[in-house]
Design a binder for this molecule. Structure first.
Ligand SMILES: CC(C)(COP(=O)(O)OP(=O)(O)OC[C@H]1O[C@@H](n2cnc3c(N)ncnc32)[C@H](O)[C@@H]1OP(=O)(O)O)[C@@H](O)C(=O)NCCC(=O)NCCS
Length: 194
């Protein structure tokens, strides 16, 4: 089977985020339904979404891999979801702590189909194809069990839970997931940014 065959069979298509994706990113990130677990996170301006694109480009430029634009592939389409539709962002960016941050943010109309799990597994595979020397981490709020479940399905485990820096509702805590034990500096940075 060739790479082309594999691509044609994929449920999702991944491509590096570029400035051309800005309007699509803003569409997903400005949707209040995307932010049910953290309403204040909703993007009100395109500048906020531009940062998502810029961070992915920077990570890719400096560390070879950055978060992807995710679209529906031929095998992922159905009557309600056409092939080629932009559904969100996902994958890994390098953090200032020099550990990978695994993330995914998808249009709510696409949730529950295993897409985020597919993205997470592809991102882990992309990292490991490059090198297995850098930890893959994820940060999740305790009111977002779907996100935590995706991290676990990708082979990460919860290594820390505690107060979150996010402007989350009372009682919500932060959780850090990692594919391995973390050194003090990296864990400290993640705790300060969870
Ligand atoms: C989190 C998110 C990416 C998940 O996307 P998705 O494509 O629906 O995820 P998947 O279908 O691959 O997997 C979701 C998993 O969570 C599980 N799940 C869903 N809701 C759950 C809940 N309330 N409690 C426990 N598990 C739950 C699903 O059963 C599934 O696990 P399974 O495959 O073992 O059955 C999506 O909801 C999203 O984009 N949310 C908004 C942005 C966001 O929260 N991003 C993460 C920030 S850390």
């Amino acid at each position: 089977m060739t790479n082309l065959d594999l691509a044609q069979e994929a449920r999702l298509a991944f491509s590096p985020l570029t400035p051309d994706d800005l309007e699509s990113v803003f569409g997903v990130y400005s949707d209040p339904d995307t932010w049910q677990h953290l309403p204040v996170g909703r993007h009100n301006t395109r500048e906020q979404s531009r940062r998502i694109v810029d961070d992915a480009i920077k990570s890719r430029r400096e560390h070879d891999i950055g978060q992807w634009a995710v679209r529906v592939g031929d095998q992922g389409s159905d009557d309600s979801l056409r092939a080629g539709t932009f559904i969100g962002t996902g994958g890994v960016n390098m953090t200032p702590a020099l550990v990978w941050n695994l993330g995914y943010r998808l249009s709510p109309t696409t949730w529950g189909r295993g897409f985020a799990t597919e993205i997470a597994l592809a991102a882990v595979a992309a990292v490991r194809a490059k090198s297995d020397s850098v930890a893959i981490t994820a940060r999740v709020l305790s009111n977002n069990p779907a996100s935590a479940q995706v991290a676990v399905r990708a082979g990460l485990r919860k290594v820390w839970a505690g107060p979150t820096m996010a402007a989350a509702a009372a009682g919500i805590t932060g959780e850090i997931f990692s594919d391995r034990d973390l050194g003090g500096d990296a864990l400290r940075w993640l705790i300060e940014n969870v």
